[in-house]
Design a protein around this ligand. Sequence first.
Ligand SMILES: [Zn+2]
Ligand SMILES: [Zn+2]
Ligand SMILES: [Zn+2]
Length: 278
Amino acid sequence: MVTGSCLCGAVRWRVDGPLTEMTHCHCSMCRKIHGAPFATYAAVDPETVTFLSGKDHTSFFESSPGAMRAFCSRCGSVVPFPGDSEMPVGGLDGDPGARPEAHIFAAFQAPWHVIADDLPRHDIWGEEMEGPVIDMPTRAAPEEDILHGSCLCNAIAYEVPSRFKRVHNCHCSRCRKARAAAHTTNGFLDIDDLRFTRGEDHLKLWHLPGARYFAQSFCSLCGSVMPRHDRGRMVAVIPFGSLDSDPGRSADDHVFVGSRAPWYDFADHLPRHDEMPP
Ligand SMILES: [Zn+2]
Ligand SMILES: [Zn+2]
Ligand SMILES: [Zn+2]
């Protein structure tokens, strides 16, 4: 038995059956919804999933015809869609037992993310997949110094310069819950560098109580993680998963590696820090 929750704790669930067929999905919809380089899902018998709380805090978005996504309307974390046989494992507490078996939609991997492990890579979703391949957002922006980003439903858009000061893959438990993913990839800019060009009134910001800086910004319509102005640290935080442009660089390092998910192994050669380097 494993339990799971969103970051704010409003949505909670329990899984009594086994989780199997864990895969890392690199499709652009997962990247935008989770605000991460990839999302990790496992197969589950929906009969074995019990929602313990949060019905009133769950919002839904149809990311492609017939494919429903659920997120916490308070904190923006991706949560399981009731009745679905695929579950995001980033929001689980403890060790689900299963381990990743493959990369799927690897043909759509983010240009700023390197797949370094030896797991099988499927361009889409393995041989048994039928039907059209859907990987919707292709909002290619001109190659220039200004990068463009947007949420999955396209209500919110923003621009940032490409001069990131730092880019971290963060494995802290807050980031993992917030994104329901193995880790985030966040870029940091001067606070004035982030400019929303559309839909700012659809943004929702949730501050983690008791935390000095931690907050999650997301689209209230589709749940995609969005950039934010962090006035405490005077920086702009840009989740790379929301970028439509290629930032031309990858992460500098892994941070808070001591808090990594039990089902995630490091395979690349980026520096690893126990906490945030100074
Ligand atoms: Zn929540
Ligand atoms: Zn996906
Ligand atoms: Zn949206």
